[in-house]
Design a protein around this ligand. Sequence first.
Ligand SMILES: Cc1cc2nc3c(=O)[nH]c(=O)nc-3n(C[C@H](O)[C@H](O)[C@H](O)COP(=O)(O)O)c2cc1C
Length: 165
Amino acid sequence: MKTLVTYLSQTGNTKKVAEAIYGELSGEKEIKPISEVKDLGGYDLAFIGFPVMQFDIPPKVRSFLTENTKGKNIAVFMTHAVPEGSEAIQSWTGSVKQTVADANLLGIFECQGELAQHVIDMLLKAEDPQMKAFGEMGPSTKGQPDENRLKKARQFAKDVQAKMK
Ligand SMILES: Cc1cc2nc3c(=O)[nH]c(=O)nc-3n(C[C@H](O)[C@H](O)[C@H](O)COP(=O)(O)O)c2cc1C
């Protein structure tokens, strides 16, 4: 079985989760940024990850999912600044399910990821009060994803791979 882990990551959080997943996988495997993946041909399973941006899937990742996941075994992982359990997350997982409706979706993993300082600085200067409020949340995200969250990501990898057997 050949498994791909691919991701978009601007400040490294989603990459950390990707590496945790990758480390746990058995069998033949590859890990690469989504910009280096042409399609999912040759893979039996793909883990696809991204940071939530502007309250949704980043457009580049959305088009990748739309164009490449039909009939494929996939699992999706995402990082976001809001704490786990926030109501908004349901709309993001809903958006994923809708986007990959023609794929065999084996699971979705999500966890908090630190807001980088330059992002906090930018958000605090924003006119939009929603964006500003985001910036104020910055310090509470420090250090995420932490070891506990990475442990959950590893378990997710194992659970998804077990579904393939
Ligand atoms: C332009 C921009 C928009 C963002 N929008 C959201 C958002 O809507 N909701 C959220 O929870 N986090 C948002 N974030 C925070 C990121 O999703 C979070 O920090 C993520 O872990 C970054 O992952 P990365 O390090 O892999 O790039 C945003 C970050 C940036 C830079």
